[in-house]
Design a binder for this molecule. Sequence first.
Ligand code: NOJ
Length: 720
Amino acid sequence: MERFSNMKQVDLVALFNEMTLDEKIGQLVQLTPDFFEQGGEITGPVKEWELDSEQLSRVGSILGTQKASQVYNIQKEYLEQSRLKIPLLFMADIIHGYETIFPIPLAMASSFDEAIIKEAARLSAHEGTNAGIHVTFSPNADYVKDARWGRVMETNGEDPILSAALTRAFIEGYQGTDLAKDKNSLAACVKHFIGYGAAQAGRDYNTVDISDIEMYQNYLPAFKAAIDAGVKLVMTSFNTIQGIPVSGNKRVIQKTLRQDLNFEGVLISDWASIAELVPHGVAKDGYESAELAFDAGVDIDMMSDSYLSHLNLIVNAENLDKLNESVLRVLNLKNALGLFEDPYRGLEKDSLDKKTIDGLRDSTRKIAERSIVLLKNDGILPLKNGQNVGLIGPKATSQDILGAWSWMGQNDKAISLADGLASKSINLSTLDFSENENITDEYIEKAKKLAKELDIVIIAVGEKSDESGEGSSLVNIELSRKQDRLIQEISKINAKTIVIVFSGRPLALSNINEEARAIIQAWFPGSEGGNALANILMGDANPQAKLPMSFPRSVGQLPNTYAQMSTGRPKKNDNKNEKYISQYLDELNTPLYPFGHGLSYSEFTLEHITLSKETMTRAEAITVGADLKNISHIKGSTVVQLYLQDVVAQVTRPMRELKKWSVETVNAKDEKEIEFIITEEDLAYVHSDLTQRADVGEFKLYLGFDSQSAMYIGSIHLTD
Ligand code: NOJ
């Protein structure tokens, strides 16, 4: 590692040399602002941890401030009190917007579009830096295949290659090209390293047990992409890998992260995850947990007193270099952000003017339109001007549409579906629903009465924001029984029902799939959600988003991914009545809506599909070509997807893996040529020795508009 990578080299070396052991340790500690407020009076958690104000004057970073003035005051007081005046770093969870809230990441991933993610990240950084934040705990690069786990909402979904591309886009958007010069940029912290999404049975913080092949093949690619894109920080996860919690797992940190992925930046623990080595049962007390984490190589201890209280007894002549390395990484980060020149980075910016805020809202609306997935439509949508439309259900007038990681977002500034539809040329009758009420019998009766009189009824249902996200695991991912009943009863009365689902996870929608003539997956669409949905419903925006995570038929299918192995006893269409094959007796193997699925008001076909050749050497490439036709009368966009199967490999490989995709717009009754280039890299996979390489042999290709219906277009062969 370069000792000081940026400007002011001499000053920093001198500064570093002047630091005492305690001052160095302080740089490796991160606390919340409440430790530094209330006029320096020590209260609450400080008392509990027995930290004195001298220790606090050495702490290196703070997480979770809420206002520019708060950052200014803390930094100012800190610099006055601290001996060496090393500025504090301020970090926060800016996950899908700061005050202006974008759709949740899983929703934005439905765009399959790096440009969308990059724009959202850039604009969130702009807002966040105005509040004095330097680092965001984003992106979440967790690989996921279990919708019971509430944190799927903050991921890019179930495909490792798609997630890698979107993770990279997040980092480019947040970090820009020069953190020191660009005061609107944030340093990014990719998380949670590693395996957090594999929490058993989808229960948050639960045990994880994944094989090395699974880890290198599916869990690491998005982290590798982040590191290759220059991400400044990585966060450890709460879970175990091979029985050892990551925050104390030397192998995973030293070998996988530092050596294999070549990460040189700052490694921060997750909230109290060092102290949690004690309840995990791998450390006896705070001293041992600090010892384990330090030895494993965690640089910053987020929100525990492990390092602050014990590291001075743990560091000795033999491991001093290790401490120095960690401190240098933190100082380098501060330097890269330009904090030594400007400890008040971002605070000198004027507060955002109306034009900028309007621009932000405009952007969140457009991004929401690109994130909302049309799951089903028998032609009932888009709505037509002048139609008599009823709007009912708990989400009809709800402003709880921001999603779980929107702590600075204000619900009362969110546009509800009812508000969005109010400006459209339809005759809208809305049945109000007060937030905390349940669906009562009386409500259902009123809704039925309304439904009788109208052309079409929109039923807006789904989760509350806090029903997904951290600590929000579910065993039942269906709509609530009351919501289910509302849909059943209304569709008996009015055959033209459209269901709009707000949720942070794929729900199991089999119960209502038949009844609804159209289903829209709104996710948590953010501040402008209602306007975006209204535009989609009216056809003012043509839906184009695709599912980044399969929607199961039943919770019993989970965990689940489209990238299934064939198994030794594959289920084929023609062995319906066979018993001893890999299947359920009471449900199909397939999801209700597969990965990559999403409808448009346009209709697309792929024709004249060509392969430039059928055989390639390792140095060569094969081009897949096709004409993408829009055979409808409406201009529209779609995502063309290319899947691949390695037919015979040294380890079992999925029957389909997404390798390439392209977001394309085609005018009505028009067509365009599309092209995908396949190289050896696309054919490589992780072998049992954990190296990534391609084997010679046959690879089947599938092209289409989702993971299930993509059609076989031929095979290619790799030769030596
Ligand atoms: C715990 C969460 O797991 C992590 O994602 C988050 O960044 C930290 N808390 C800080 O809020």
